[in-house]
Design a protein around this ligand. Sequence first.
Ligand code: C5P
Length: 235
Amino acid sequence: MYLLIPAAGSGRRMDSEWLRQGTAQRNKLLLNLLGKPLLAWTLLAAEASSHISWIGIIGQPIDWDDFTTIVTQLSFTKPIHLIEGGSTRQESVYNGLQALPPDAKHVLIHDGARCLATPELFDRCAQAVLTCAGLIAAIPVKDTIKVVDQEKLIKSTPDRSQLWAAQTPQGFSVPLLKKCHQEGRRQGWEVTDDAALFEQCHLPVLIVEGEETNLKVTTPVDLAIAEFILTQRLN
Ligand code: C5P
């Protein structure tokens, strides 16, 4: 199974002194998490998955030396490719799809920032994607969600029993996902995950049970929670 890891973002919402470099911003995936860069934990889970056989890390060239050091230090056995990212996640995944070998039929896409996803979750998604056109890992929403307008007035309260929080991995048929990305570019759709492109193209996307601990590290609180969860796992 092919795996693309979008890792070309920065870390503006992390509000970290270490990440700030003048007006530039370092990649939050290089932040230290229990003695390793955050991205290393994501890669270790992919390496431990029995179904993943090819890994493409989508990053900005400025980070490539650091990414190469991570891969070398962890002695990965699976082939790892560096792919140049774009200015949005959507563009980064588009670039990743172009870099897949021509024989790639299915692909998993997993955000580098979700460093707590387990190898079992990768395996579950890799098996399920062989039987459907598209899927995402997701968990039921715990909070009551409000839709609000620009004045912060509530417009509606969707029925919580129908709401799931989207995670990654997300898995797709490669030719279909390529078509959806092309259509998205043509129509100017701006999306924050790949399933949204599938939905806009009226293609079915299945939910696979995700993991409550599979959080996307975005803010300092997320980093503290990730450290706590990893410490529990390692003890
Ligand atoms: O910004 P956010 O945390 O939502 O990004 C989700 C994932 O997409 C992260 O792993 C980030 O590195 C990646 N990304 C990317 N290219 C961008 C922006 C974000 O690969 N231009």
